[in-house]
Design a protein around this ligand. Structure first.
Ligand code: MN
Length: 427
């Protein structure tokens, strides 16, 4: 299938007609509203909806607003219906109502570099998991030694913690280096100061489209049906704050200061051809976590680092989402298993995605092995963790036959800590 939008056919384009992700944009003239992407263009869905070319099936417009939540809450029939309408409008030889309407094309197609992207949905709540086998093993080895690397529950439960929706931000938003309590292994007392071991976590985020009822568990299949789509997610992490605070309830301030997501939510429908199974179980799972079919996706992922003042980013990791031990559907089923209510707009972080090779590690903690093995960038500079002014970028795509389902980028630069806001903090 091809689109009449020429830039959609360029090799390695993230947004061919097979993708049609959902987002929210604005321009100087247009207030934030829902959009899709094709080729080099953002397409204003509110304009297409107003012109009567797309209809999500509800009784009122859903795209003329600054978040996808209303559309997400309509469910799979609406999601698939709008995708089919858009495909027909944008493909070669399809419905000519858009291609043949120059005024509407002029209004609805905005060059990507003229559009500001916003958080694509209102994040109801954010939960982060720890479902990458290699990452859990690596971090556990550093913190507790290889014999005790995996906690005894790890092969039975998708471990998670409740994070902060309030600081989920869209790609491109700068991140302030956090301040916090720090206590090194040889320090006699904690001190308060800027994080010195600032890190990323390469993750995918699953976006919950439909809610569950409080008190009612769901199966893994039902959980999969509730997921609207996926985003790239960077779970920024302050490793020194984390090391001191994490026991016994898990991360708190070390993760609360920022989580970045890509502006595009790639629909489950676009990812359907790339479904793949979770790896073989090392311990049989309890029946409520059993997967009825392939629930993971084959998605290539990369991390790059642009050092402060540099002009060229270095790729520092390449891995694949298929490394996860638990799928998002299993995580969502586990989340609801106690009776916890899940809502439209909930965001589930996969956990750091690391492959078995060192070049496949999804955090600097692992790449520099706890800061002991500095990484050399293409510029010759070295890094163990992130310095002020550095820019970290995640990207990812599912590779099809002659096309790519891309996620775009999830990027963020680090601003210096506000040390002077804290009179007694060390400088
Ligand atoms: Mn994480």
């Amino acid at each position: 299938m091809k689109s009449w939008v020429e830039s959609a056919a360029v090799e390695n384009c993230h947004f061919p007609i097979q993708n049609l992700p959902f987002g929210v944009f604005s321009t100087k003239a247009l207030s934030p509203r829902c959009c899709t992407a094709i080729g080099d263009y953002v397409v204003d869905l509110a304009a297409l909806e107003e012109a009567g070319l797309i209809n999500a099936g509800g009784d009122k417009p859903v795209f003329d607003q600054p978040a996808l939540n209303a559309f997400m809450g309509l469910g799979k029939t609406a999601w698939d219906g709008v995708r089919a309408q858009l495909t027909d409008l944008l493909k070669d030889g399809g419905n000519p109502a858009l291609k043949g309407n120059d005024a509407l094309k002029e209004a609805a197609f905005i060059p990507m570099d003229a559009a500001a992207m916003h958080l694509p949905f209102t994040v109801s709540e954010y939960t982060d998991f720890y479902a990458g086998r290699q990452h859990a093993f690596n971090v556990g080895t550093m913190f507790r030694g290889p014999e005790n690397a995996l906690p005894p529950n790890w092969l039975h439960i998708p471990i998670g913690y409740n994070g902060r929706a309030s600081t989920v931000i869209v790609s491109g938003t700068a991140v302030r280096r956090p301040m916090g309590q720090l206590k090194g292994p040889n320090d006699t007392a904690p001190r308060f100061g800027p994080c010195a071991r600032l890190d990323i976590e390469l993750e995918m985020g699953a976006v919950v489209g439909l809610p569950t009822e409080m008190g009612e568990p769901i199966s893994v299949q039902e959980a999969d049906d509730l997921i609207f789509g996926y985003v790239l997610l960077n779970d920024w992490s302050a490793r020194d704050i984390q090391a001191w605070e994490y026991q016994p309830l898990g991360p708190f301030q070390a993760k609360a200061f920022a989580t970045s997501i890509s502006p595009w939510v790639v629909s489950k429908a676009a990812l359907e051809p790339f479904r793949t199974s979770t790896p073989e179980r090392e311990k049989e799972l309890l029946p409520y976590l059993a997967e009825p079919g392939p629930m993971l996706y084959d998605i290539e992922l990369e991390v790059s680092m642009l050092p402060n003042g540099g002009d060229k980013a270095t790729t520092i990791a390449r891995t694949n989402y298929n490394n996860m031990y638990y799928s998002a559907a299993q995580q969502l089923a586990h989340h609801a298993s106690s009776g916890c209510k899940m809502n439209t707009g909930d965001l589930l972080g996969s956990g750091t995605i690391s492959g078995p090779e060192k070049t496949q590690y999804g955090s600097l903690l692992e790449i520099s092995w706890g800061g002991k093995e500095p990484l050399t960038l293409d510029s010759g500079e070295t890094r163990t963790f992130i310095e002020d002014g550095d820019t970290m970028t995640l990207t990812g795509w599912a590779q099809g036959d002659g096309y790519r389902i891309g996620f775009g980028e999830c990027t963020g630069s680090i601003l210096p800590a506000l040390v002077n806001k804290f009179p007694r903090a060390e400088k």
